[in-house]
Design a binder for this molecule. Structure first.
Ligand code: BEZ
Ligand code: FE
Length: 292
């Protein structure tokens, strides 16, 4: 019965069945679900053999584009909206909204003290970022770790410009004080195009999609007894907030970077006036047994 629906169904059933003795029930569920959905896609869209070969070659190229500082698979997951979907289905409510990790958290951030600068270049609009980390009941979280990374005012991360930027530019690993607060100095980040010189760029080009992300600063917040939070703050009023190439903007994460033209405040923060100030409160949810 070549090519019939029954023959196709029989293939799916055989493969789903082949996983029935998987000892780990969650692994069994994930693999059988993957097969059902993947086979459903093939049965519905009936790719030709040439199209399937193209897909295999494409995924091979995605893998071959990865290296220790380039993560094309994360990028592919991002532009397909899968990264954002995984974040969204894992949100429990009650905490600050999460958003995508992205492919540039590929090196450890240097340890920095409250008030330090993460801008090692000295170019760009000076900016002071103040954060306060609390638990869901409102109590401040002292000693929480906040990993920060961002691009320059030109829109590049340090790992994209090893000959231009010193390693660790735009990165810092901070700890909150007794009141759950921290602040640091930086420059206002720019909107930027995600890397388009690899297979993900081919996909965007073939589909007439633009590659831009709105300006943002990344955080991973970790506090004892709490769920880890991966998020950004986005610079209000910047371009691409309504068409992020990776679908990661959430309204609650859009923050004013207010201009301050006050010499006295500038001196207190050790920045040049005028500068920008961004303030953001972060709430992390208590860990549950599922987070272990
Ligand atoms: C980022 O914000 O660093 C990023 C996220 C997804 C894709 C590319 C870059
Ligand atoms: Fe980014």
């Amino acid at each position: 019965m070549p090519g019939t629906d029954e023959a196709a169904e029989a293939v799916t059933t055989a493969v789903v069945d082949s996983f029935r003795d998987t000892p780990d029930p969650r692994l069994r569920e994930l693999l059988q679900g993957l097969v059902r959905h993947l086979h459903g896609y093939v049965r519905e869209l009936r790719p030709t053999i040439q199209e399937w070969e193209y897909a295999v070659d494409y995924l091979t190229a995605v893998g071959q584009t990865c290296d220790p500082t380039r993560q094309e698979f994360i990028l592919l997951s991002d532009v397909l909206g899968v990264s954002m979907l995984v974040e969204t289905v894992n949100e429990q409510g009650g905490g600050t909204e999460s958003t995508v990790l992205g492919p540039f958290h590929v090196v450890a951030s240097p340890r920095r003290e409250i008030g330090d600068t993460i801008d090692l270049m000295g170019t760009g609009t000076p900016c002071v970022v103040s954060l306060r980390v609390r638990s869901a009941d409102g109590s401040p979280l002292a000693g929480a770790s906040v990993d920060v990374w961002q691009c320059t005012e030109d829109g590049f991360y340090d790992v994209q410009q090893p000959d231009v930027q010193p390693p660790g530019n735009g990165r810092g690993l901070f700890r909150t004080d007794d009141e759950g607060r921290l602040w640091f100095r930086t420059v206002v980040p720019s909107h930027y195009p995600i890397p388009t010189d690899g297979p993900v760029g081919v996909l965007l080009g073939a589909t007439a999609r633009h590659p831009y992300r709105p300006a943002h600063i990344h955080f991973i917040v970790e506090a004892d007894g709490h769920r880890s939070l991966t998020t950004h703050i986005f610079v209000a009023d910047g371009p691409y907030l309504d068409s992020d190439a990776v679908f990661a903007v959430k309204e609650g994460l859009v923050v004013d970077f207010t201009e301050v033209d006050d010499e006295q405040r500038a001196r207190a923060y050790q920045v040049a006036a005028p500068f920008r100030v961004a303030e953001f409160d972060i709430t992390v949810e208590p860990a549950t047994s599922e987070d272990a």
